[in-house]
Each structure stands twice: as structure tokens, then as C-alpha cells.
Design a protein around this ligand. Structure first.
Ligand SMILES: NC(=O)c1ccc[n+]([C@@H]2O[C@H](COP(=O)([O-])OP(=O)(O)OC[C@H]3O[C@@H](n4cnc5c(N)ncnc54)[C@H](O)[C@@H]3O)[C@@H](O)[C@H]2O)c1
Length: 436
């Protein structure tokens, strides 16, 4: 069974290398010639734990290859996955330019029956549009070729993408015909053998399941952040509350960490997209609209929190920041809370020194005034406060004496609650966190 993945980014590259690991013949296509050249030379363009070894092994064993020749990759495959970006438009809707371009390319390349699978996160109705774009291209060329369209949304988390793909909680497959269902079930057979639940449904349901999942997780985050803000007023501890409610199996402990709010390439755009999509159809998704507003306010609240600990005045202050990527174990800076927080600090006259284990290059492009630091201690140098924005493991056991000696005053603002407030105060820090 030959598989082609179009779009070799965080999702496409992980998907392609994991299918190859199952023993499938995979070609990953991308229109970014530099990225393809790097991959062909054995250089992995993103940071994702374990990915380099997986790619190297599957390339060496001849099951995985990379190309810019999308047409040839499509022609050689029974299954064609679309894994290109679906960014937000300024109005919150979803920009389907890349999906349409790929669908039309598929239409031009189609020479026999194939299953076209949308793996990109797309609004309900997009897979049907993909079918329409393919048909238009076939008609234009006077060809009559049968094909199926399916939706197979991806739920992997960056930073744990390979284990998420290899051992997912579930696989969701939306199809409109039995042949596509049978082919996709066959592709996922290795996961079927380890009893991964497979939700087989129609295409529209599969498309909406992805948005419902992300919106629900985002809701948990905004919910606990609102509770954390209340805790700060009344002297309660959100950490204990999260544990107190999370142990209830109906609620669950995940996504109940108070902090600067959600970011990344998925939650912000997907919540906006589903809200926009519903609004266009005359539905107001009140909960999701509020989740988005709470999240945006939380980022500004973090700037206020930092300003307050520095006597309300950030002008001329130096602030050290640890962690820039939207979460640990990734170099992904898309919609990271650090961007708004640092921009907010700089707008009020602060100088920001920062360190991140993987995201420095990308962050410097987005925040040109950022002072790039060599490590966590360098970020503290002559700073009036140290702010932990992303909880990389290496920031969990900092040498506090050394930190204190480097800071101008011993102030730590811990936006991820990685330290214990009492211990930090005992260690002599002016310590502020979220909801404790
Ligand atoms: N990143 C995640 O954690 C994640 C998780 C689940 C779902 N998704 C969804 O998966 C999709 C892809 O996300 P990503 O993070 O992998 O994006 P990405 O930007 O990392 O990768 C997309 C790739 O597609 C390529 N591309 C763009 N247009 C193309 C075209 N016309 N032909 C060939 N290649 C083209 C780009 O060069 C890029 O390499 C999005 O819809 C996203 O919402 C992402």
C-alpha cells in the first residue's frame, strides 16, 4: 500500500515517518524546496523528540522518501493525505488556499482510483469541497476517474507526537463509502492490533470531532485560569483545587494547569475557526467565544502581574524570560503566549532577555528586540525579575542561589507554577505565581 503525504510539517512528517515505521511505502511531498533538500540530506527541519532517528531509519531502510514532485508522488500512491497548513484568516475563518491548491493538483494527477484523506484540521464541509475541486480538474481535462474522499483528523501533541501517533487514544475516520473505509482500516491495522479504538463515522462528523476536541481542551484551560484568578483574590490555592477536581474521573486531571493561557498552532486558530464557522450558520457557540476572550485577557493579565511585582512601572526595567515556545519539547512559536507577554513588557518600556532550549531562532525573528541569552542564568543577568513562561524540564531545578546572585533583585514570576511558593519565599525570593 503506497501512501503519499502532501505537506511535510509537524503533522505530515510525523505521520509519514510513523506509517513508514509500520512498513508502508511512504513519500512525503512539500512545495518548500529548501525543506525537502534538507530532509533529503538527513536534516530534520523541526524539533520533535525521537523524530530524527525515526526518519533516518525509515529512509535508510527504503520505506520513506521526500520530494517536491507532488504530481509524481500522487501518481505512485493509493492513499493521498493532505497535511498542509490551514491558518486563521483575519476574520477568524480558515484559510483553505493550500488545501484547494493541493486538491486541484490531485485532480490533475489522478490516473486511477485513490483515497484522498484530509488530515489538516478543516471546517465541516471542506472534504466535500476537496472532492469538488478534484472533480473540476478532472472535468477540465476530460477525464473520468473514480476516487474517494475521507477525513482522518490528527490529534497528536507536539513534543509527544510520535508516541501519540503510535499509541493514540483513538483514531477517527470519516468516509462516504465502504471502499475508503476498508483501505483506511487496513492502513491503521497495526494500531487495530494494539486495540486502539477506531471511531468510524461520516466525513462531517469526523471534521467536527477535531474542533470539538480542541475546543473542549481549551475550555478546561480557560476554566482553570478563571478559577486561578479568583483564587488570587480570596487566598485559595488553584493547584489544590485542580487536584481536588481532577481526581474526579468525570473531570480528569489533564489540562487543569493554571498559567498564561493556551497558545500554539492549533487551539487559538481552531477555537476561532469553529466559532466563526458556527456564526456563519447562525449559531453562536457562547462557551467557545468566552473561552477565547478569557484566554486573550489572561495573557494581558500576566503582563500586569509582572508589572505589579515591579511596583507597577516597567520603564527601564530588565526582565529575564525562561521559555518561549508555546509549550516544552517543541520549537514551535506559533501563537505562543510568550509573544504577547514579551511584546506587552516591551511596549511598557522593559528590556527583555530570554532563553529557550529550542525556539531562540524563531523567537528572534518574531521579537527582534529580544536579547538572546546563552542559558537560563545568562537570562537573569542584571534583571529586575525572572519570569518563567514555558516549563521546560531544565527550568524545574534551577540553582536558586546562582539565580539570586545574578538578579538585580530576587524576584521570580512563575507563570507555570513549577515551584512551591512557601519554599521560594523561604529561599528569599519575592515569588509570584498563578492562582496560589
Ligand atoms: N501541529 C500540530 O500539532 C497539529 C496537530 C493536529 C492537526 N494539525 C493540523 O495539521 C495541518 C498541518 O499543520 P502543521 O503544524 O503540520 O503545519 P506546518 O506548517 O508545520 O506544515 C505544513 C507543510 O505544508 C507545506 N505546504 C504548504 N502548502 C503546500 C502545497 N501547496 N503543496 C505542498 N506542500 C505545501 C509547507 O511547506 C509545510 O512544510 C493544519 O491543518 C493543522 O491545523 C496540526
Amino acid at each position: 500500500m503506497n501512501v503519499c503525504i502532501i505537506g511535510t510539517g509537524y503533522v505530515g512528517l510525523v505521520t509519514g515517518s510513523c506509517f513508514a515505521e509500520f512498513g508502508v511505502q511512504v513519500v512525503c511531498a512539500d512545495n518548500d524546496a529548501d525543506k525537502v533538500a534538507a530532509l533529503q540530506a538527513g536534516v530534520i527541519p523541526i524539533y520533535e523528540p525521537g523524530l530524527e532517528r525515526l526518519v533516518e531509519r525509515n529512509v535508510r531502510e527504503g520505506r520513506l522518501s521526500f520530494t517536491t514532485d507532488t504530481m509524481a508522488a500522487i501518481e505512485a500512491s493509493l492513499l493521498v493525505f493532505i497535511a498542509v497548513p490551514t491558518p486563521a484568516r483575519p476574520d477568524g475563518g480558515t484559510d483553505l488556499t493550500a488545501v484547494e491548491a493541493v486538491a486541484r493538483e490531485i485532480g490533475r494527477a489522478l490516473d486511477g482510483y485513490k483515497v484522498i484523506v484530509t488530515k489538516s484540521t478543516v471546517p465541516v464541509g471542506t472534504s466535500a469541497k476537496v472532492g469538488g475541486w478534484i472533480r473540476e480538474e478532472l472535468e477540465r481535462a476530460g477525464k473520468s476517474v473514480r476516487f474517494s474522499v475521507a477525513s482522518n483528523p490528527e490529534f497528536l501533541r507536539e513534543g509527544a507526537a510520535i508516541s501519540d501517533f503510535m499509541r493514540p487514544d483513538r483514531i477517527v475516520i470519516g468516509t462516504a463509502d465502504d471502499q475508503a473505509t476498508a483501505i483506511l482500516k487496513d492502513l491503521y491495522r497495526p494500531l487495530y492490533l494494539i486495540e486502539t479504538p477506531i471511531v468510524l463515522t461520516n466525513i462531517e462528523t469526523a471534521e467536527l470531532t477535531k474542533y470539538a476536541a480542541n475546543a473542549f481542551l481549551a475550555t478546561k484551560i480557560s476554566f482553570i485560569n478563571e478559577i486561578a484568578n479568583l483564587c488570587e483574590d480570596i487566598g485559595a490555592d488553584v493547584h489544590a483545587i485542580a487536584r481536588g477536581i481532577g481526581l474526579d474521573r468525570r473531570i480528569g486531571p489533564k489540562f487543569l494547569h493554571a498559567g498564561p493561557g493556551f497558545g500554539g498552532s492549533c487551539f487559538p486558530k481552531d477555537t476561532r475557526s469553529v466559532a466563526h464557522f458556527a456564526r456563519e450558520r447562525g449559531h453562536s457557540l457562547e462557551i467557545i467565544e468566552t473561552v477565547i476572550a478569557v484566554n486573550e485577557a489572561q495573557r494581558q493579565r500576566m503582563v500586569e502581574k509582572i508589572a505589579t511585582v515591579l511596583d507597577g512601572d516597567l520603564a527601564g526595567k530588565t526582565i529575564g524570560v525562561l521559555g518561549l515556545s508555546f509549550k516544552p519539547e517543541t520549537d514551535d512559536m506559533r501563537d505562543a503566549p510568550s509573544i504577547d507577554i514579551i511584546a506587552g513588557l516591551q511596549a511598557r518600556g522593559a528590556k527583555v532577555r530570554a532563553f529557550d532550549p529550542q525556539a531562540m531562532d524563531e523567537a528572534s525573528k518574531l521579537l527582534p528586540e529580544l536579547v538572546v541569552c546563552a542559558d537560563a542564568y545568562d537570562a537573569c543577568r542584571d534583571a529586575d525579575a525572572l519570569v518563567i513562561v514555558t516549563e521546560w524540564n531544565q527550568f524545574r531545578m534551577l540553582n536558586l542561589e546562582r539565580i539570586k546572585s545574578m538578579l538585580r533583585r530576587p524576584t521570580i514570576v512563575d507563570l507555570r507554577n513549577v515551584y512551591e511558593p512557601d519554599a521560594m519565599r523561604e529561599a528569599g525570593f519575592d515569588y509570584v505565581c498563578v492562582g496560589r
